[in-house]
Design a protein around this ligand. Sequence first.
Ligand code: FEO
Length: 394
Amino acid sequence: MKFKEIKENIFYCGLNDADRVIFDELIPLEHGTTYNSYLVRGSEKTAIVDTMYPPFTEDYLKNLDEAGVTNVDYIIANHGEQDHSGSIPALLEKYPSAKVVTNANCKGNLMEMLLVPEDRIIVIKDKETLSLGDKTFEFIMAPGVHWPDTMFSRLVEDNVLFTCDFLGAHLPFEDLYAKCDEELISSAKRYYAEIMMPFRPMCKKYVKMIDEIKPEIICPSHGPLYNKPEFILDLYRDWSSDEAKNLVLIPYVSMYKSVEEMAFYVKEKLEAKGVKALCFDIIESDLGDIAMNLVDAATIIIGVSMVLASPHPAAANVAYIANLLKPKAKFASFIGSFGWGGDLFGKLGGMLPNLKVEIIEPVLVKGKPEKKDFEALDTLVNSVFEAHKKSGLI
Ligand code: FEO
């Protein structure tokens, strides 16, 4: 996408990466993503806000040339991660008088990760301003969404807020502004689940802060812009709240179908009691779908086969990731099957120290589940139902 004007002398100059299939080598992408960059021309100075993912540097610089950008005074780095800072060295070479404007934390990252020379960096503090003439930037430190070096930048006169990764979405776009539809919600939620959910308390804090700023336009660094900021702020209010939904997430791995049979039995019995349940075969499923449902689920039940006297690595991977993402779940349990022995739930449970969950009595079966095992699963279902009821979810 070429330059697009957001407001007078404020331009979008980022790029779509519709072919990208996975982010952070972790979460599959449904539509690819974008790396947003912005150009602001003041009456005296010109600034770029965030830059470009390194593999796209050449296209990015070409677009700047085609738009006639012959001088840049400031490169504002809201965050040091290389999908936004990666083209800073190339920009500094292209525009020899340009200075990088960032906070002290980000300065260290840029120097260490990109070898940006110290004398090309101007360090600013919270609430400090930078004049471009008729436009003024105010910098707002926002550590924790999602790196300690993150900050927001606001164009004071235009009330345009650049929120870096916060409020982003993995969604390429041609029109500047988000269509507030299901595709956007899904892309923003997938993004939130991986990038922001581990920092839920900080998300709440910055949503409140942005509520007070009341920006006219929000410009994140991935996905479309928001000229109706309340849409994405309301979604974040919901996702980052402490209120879980009446949802049980059952990711499972099943070597001989016993765990799968148990997983679907539990799902059916829960749904008969009015509790929504979703089963995901971990081997077949998109990890992003599992992560997105972790955003809302009140209960997580991990289904697992024993392999080599331990939990199957696919289930261990989901437990590990759930622990990293720190979802708001209130309850957890396990269902599993083994052939000859080992430790299934002890090892798996030990992988969830970050989850503030009450453990509901798990169900372990040797081989194929039989009558007594289904009775144990009924007890598990009743316990989940009662827990949801007591929590006011039903
Ligand atoms: Fe999109 Fe933290 O970089």
